[in-house]
Design a binder for this molecule. Sequence first.
Ligand code: NAD
Length: 425
Amino acid sequence: MSQGVKIEAHNGQLMVPVNPIIPFIEGDGIGPEIWQVAKKVFDVAILKAYHGQRQVVWQEVLAGEKAFKQTGNWLPEETLSVIKEHFVAIKGPLTTPIGGGFRSLNVTLRQTLDLYICYRPVRYFNGVPSPLRHPELTDMMIFRENTEDIYAGIEFAAGSSEVEQLISYLKTELSVDKIRFPSTSALGIKPVSKEGSERLIRSAIEHALKHQRKSVTLVHKGNIMKFTEGGFKQWGYELAEREFANQVFTWNTYDQLRKQHGKELADQAYQKAQVENKLIIKDRIADIFLQEILIHPAEYDVIATLNLNGDYISDALAAQVGGIGIAPGANLNGVTGHGIFEATHGTAPEFAGLNKLNPSSLLLSGALLFDYIGWHEVANLITKSIEHLIESKRVTVDFSSQMEGATELSCSDFGEELVKWIQLS
Ligand code: NAD
């Protein structure tokens, strides 16, 4: 089964052959060493699960430093077209080239394929060092908007002619007089659209319903930015009530009931919705939410949020359950079915070639990929093998340095032990 076949998609539904071709980007810095481990573990898990009846044909595509050395281009056109054609890909971390007006390679990949969902599941693995007393209560799925807000990258430097023109337009045409230091200000523009918010929130609600989760929380800063962040919240509630009317109960509905019929009746409706297992759609202001995830993590489940809030929340939640060495991620287009699965940490250049760091972020991103293509048995084997190794305190340095009685393994030895566990399971 050495020849692979392309994954196809119709209306976002993937059709996965028994021998799909999956493009991979090895990545820069520690990328090659964690990818080597990940590929071996993936192949062993597939063999264990399907006894040779299924197999992935991995196809390398170039990006980052390796691409630049071989082609003079940081992100060759061919890489984008191969990923587009094959729908699903996996990548290690990429260096962001500095200077020369380069955009981040990750941002370019996401924008070219319109991967509007940054999906980050956050859960606790028993035994991982955590700053919390009860890290096991943190179990959330973050849907972060990936194409608008600050990621649109509309910014102008202080002193530039663009800023001068924009400030003069704002003053004369829109009567804006709130810019405190106009002659030394840089300006940024934050677009947040109804379409962009709705498609992200729709995907979050569909995911929550599919996985029988209890709630979706819209996290925003609408108390200050009423039309952008406030719009996100309002459009989210309207969409939930319009498209998922029989499956959800929103805090918006609760508020209306309370205003019209009093608190007692609103409480009764809320309790009835919970008894009927309706998905609760609620919202939180972003700063309060950062307190809430520390104090009441069990009250939050699926999170839908804008780009900048999502950036902070993803890292804060990753830290609660053990840090970036173990945080997986995916960038998805819920309409076309395109998905790039990736380690969420960077290239850690100071550790490159040392064979020391944790490959789990990339491994668990692979588990997400296998779940995404419906190969759940493989995803389970990968996840369970990592759970097992952490519980037996045989871990890489990022964990062993904080775990009493742990044995430090190199990146490749950690991979070998995962392989052994999968083969014997
Ligand atoms: P980084 O994530 O590369 O490293 C920060 C620190 O996190 C490291 O010093 C290390 O202590 C720890 N760490 C990272 N990966 C780990 C792992 N697998 N196991 C254990 N610990 C780990 O962040 P940085 O130093 O800010 O960025 C370095 C480069 O990576 C930059 O060029 C940046 O643009 C790029 N970057 C890429 C991505 C991506 O490709 N998705 C994400 C973030 C940063």
